[in-house]
Design a protein around this ligand. Structure first.
Ligand code: GDP
Ligand code: ZN
Length: 291
């Protein structure tokens, strides 16, 4: 009989498959090797429970190398209000690379305790305009953590962000009340892990699953065609198709409705300026690109 599960861990040729709150250690069917498919953490699989065998792997929605994980649903982009100061270009690029991979970005501003309300407000506004969900938290004071737990109630969640923003602290807080009897999850997130170097997925009581590696940094946006970049800026959407030129890149073109909206209610000037900077880099890289 075949059952559905998800690979949460890989240890030397064995795969821990989570199925109905139980972890079943499986081997992969020999045929995968012939087909040159290697099961990976995050894979949705069918297993033969009696044989303890992975019999098939569902098509992946996305897949990454570092960490080696598939099927990420949500990217928690962690930012510190201060210490270190936010790298806005990195944030924008992470948002773009999430959207390209069909991943929902979620902005988490940590260290709220270090900044004034005014500073936090300004920051929130810029990204709220972009239509992304934003959480203001402090791992130190344990504020805002419940809201994060509520928002992650499904799918696989990864975290990304500069070093020192509090990713490990957040992972630890989110996992502090997991039921460790689920299988043999002896892992305790990044700081206390003692198993393999592979990424693992930690199931939360809410139904979401956390990737335990706080270093997701896939910023593969160099392959975007310049004219596609605008589609990863949700705040441009209401203006799309209204510029004089149908193929407007919202840069030097005359009668550009997007540009006119910059600095207004919908489009932040800073986000727009960084869009232009990314756009021009892409244009230069794609010298052969003809509009
Ligand atoms: P990572 O590199 O992103 O994983 O960041 P860490 O979780 O290791 O945190 C970096 C430093 O920031 C540590 O010294 C934490 O104690 C500190 N830190 C984490 N969260 C907060 C917070 O909410 N407020 C303050 N003031 N410090 C924090
Ligand atoms: Zn335009």
């Amino acid at each position: 009989m075949n059952y559905e599960g998800i690979i949460i861990r890989q240890i030397s040729g064995f795969y821990d498959v989570l199925h109905d709150d139980a972890v079943i250690q499986c081997k992969a069917r020999g045929i995968f090797r012939k087909e040159k498919v290697t099961p990976m953490v995050g894979d949705k699989v069918m297993i033969d429970k009696d044989e303890k065998l992975i019999t098939s792997i569902a098509p992946r929605k996305n897949q990454f190398r570092r960490p080696a994980v598939s099927n990420i649903d949500c990217l928690g982009i962690v930012i510190a209000a201060k210490d270190p100061l936010p790298d806005h270009m990195l944030i924008d690029k992470l948002i773009i690379s999430a959207l390209i991979n069909d991943i929902r970005p979620s902005l988490i501003i940590n260290k709220a305790d270090l900044a004034t309300n005014n500073e936090n407000d300004k920051f929130e506004k810029e990204y709220l305009k972009a239509g992304h969900s934003i959480f203001l938290i402090s791992c130190k004071e344990k504020t805002g953590i419940d809201e994060i737990k509520e928002s992650f109630n499904d799918g696989i969640v990864a975290f990304a962000g500069q070093s020192g923003v509090g990713k490990s602290s957040l992972l630890n807080l989110l996992c502090s009340d997991i039921n460790l009897s689920v299988g043999e999850l002896s892992i305790r997130t990044a700081t206390g892990r003692h198993t393999t170097t592979h990424a693992q997925v930690i199931p939360l009581p809410s139904g979401a699953m956390l990737i335990d590696t706080p270093g997701f940094s896939s910023i593969d946006i160099d392959d975007i065609m310049p004219h596609k970049l605008q589609f990863y800026y949700s705040e441009f959407a209401p203006f799309m198709g209204q510029c004089r030129f149908a193929d407007c890149l919202h840069d030097f073109e005359p009668d550009c409705v997007v540009k006119k909206a910059v600095g207004g209610e919908f489009i932040s000037s800073e986000r727009y300026e960084r869009y232009i900077s990314i756009l021009r880099t892409l244009k230069n890289e794609k010298g052969r690109y003809v509009r």
